[in-house]
Write a protein that binds this ligand. Structure first.
Ligand SMILES: [Zn+2]
Ligand SMILES: [Zn+2]
Length: 314
């Protein structure tokens, strides 16, 4: 596989209530050497230990201020401080993120050794990282709530080695310069001619894309423009179809609605999370989603890891 590794760790897949085998919401995405947390429910630290991920987190994105999505931050920040972290940590989130971080600083009666920043995001806000962007979108959850999209930059097209040789480019460093987008010159004097990268590079290829809805009612029509064509659509699937009314009442989606979203948004793989504690397993959820979506569907257990590959390499 070309490009950076991209792995999604499902550290907490429970709904609002944890169960003996499911922790509240927490998803860790590791891309190359970056580690991002999306929500940080209670017990996140132990899940990180069980996953052998360590506590070096570059940024935290909270979907909304329900306790099952943020309570783990208090302990995690203390541990980071004990571990001698000095790099600032930014917590991104919807409205009230500044209040949350202020409270966190006020109640933490330990010597916080690094700077804790807060950044409020709204629909369409984006945060740039090296090689990818995180974009926020509004969720429908009865309070300010966000979903997040991780989208990699497009990759350069494939290098056409045969074509380069045909054009007289000798194998070696000049190949690399063309691949990096440089124009090169061959020959001397009156014989000099230019070879341009577009003569030997194919069309650029899309990077990978992960969409995490956070807690939400069925939401897909309003996010079609920005959330389509995800490799992984991680969707609220709190209820199965027998509890559809409850889902609408409490601003959550059913697995069938998650399936509809995956279909409308042309996702490659649908991931069902935030499973209510009333269900012993997610079999009915997968069955419901299958009726609406013909792609791959998974309902991860806590600590499952999904490696995301490029669409054109599978
Ligand atoms: Zn929740
Ligand atoms: Zn919630």
């Amino acid at each position: 596989m070309s490009g950076e590794t991209l792995q999604v760790y499902f550290l907490g897949t429970a709904g609002a209530l944890p169960t003996p085998v499911r922790n509240p919401s927490c998803i860790m995405i590791r891309r190359g050497s970056d580690t991002l947390l999306f929500d940080c429910g209670e017990g996140a630290q132990q899940q990180m230990m069980r996953s052998r991920c360590g506590f070096i987190v570059n940024a935290v994105f909270i979907s909304h201020w329900h306790a099952d999505h943020f309570l783990g931050l208090f302990g995690l920040i203390q541990t980071m401080s004990f571990n001698g972290r000095t790099e600032p940590l930014t917590i991104y989130g919807p409205e009230w993120v500044h209040e949350f971080v202020t409270i966190l600083r006020q109640v933490a009666r330990f010597n916080l050794k690094f700077s804790l920043e807060s950044v409020e995001l709204v629909q369409g806000s984006w945060v740039r990282f090296d090689g990818y962007t995180i974009t926020a979108f509004a969720a429908r959850h009865g309070l300010p709530a966000l979903g997040y999209i991780l989208e990699e930059d497009p990759r350069p097209g494939r290098f056409n080695r045969e074509r380069a040789i045909e054009l007289g480019v000798p194998p070696g460093p000049l190949f690399g310069r063309l691949q990096r987008g440089e124009i090169i010159r061959l020959g001397t004097g009156d014989e000099v001619r230019e070879i341009r990268p577009e003569q030997v590079m194919g069309v650029s290829r899309p990077g990978r894309k992960i969409v995490y809805t956070g807690d939400t009612r069925a939401n897909y029509m309003s996010i079609r423009e920005i959330a389509s064509d995800a490799d992984l659509l991680i969707h609220d699937a709190t209820y199965d179809e027998t509890e559809a009314e409850r889902g609408a009442e409490f601003y959550h989606a059913t697995a069938a609605q998650a399936g509809e979203a995956a279909s409308v948004l042309n996702a490659r793989i649908l991931v069902l999370v935030h499973t209510s504690s009333r269900y012993p397993d997610a079999q009915a959820h997968i069955g419901d989603a299958t009726k609406k979506f013909s792609g791959s569907i998974i309902a991860p257990n806590d600590l499952d890891v999904v490696e995301v590959g490029f669409r054109d390499e599978i």
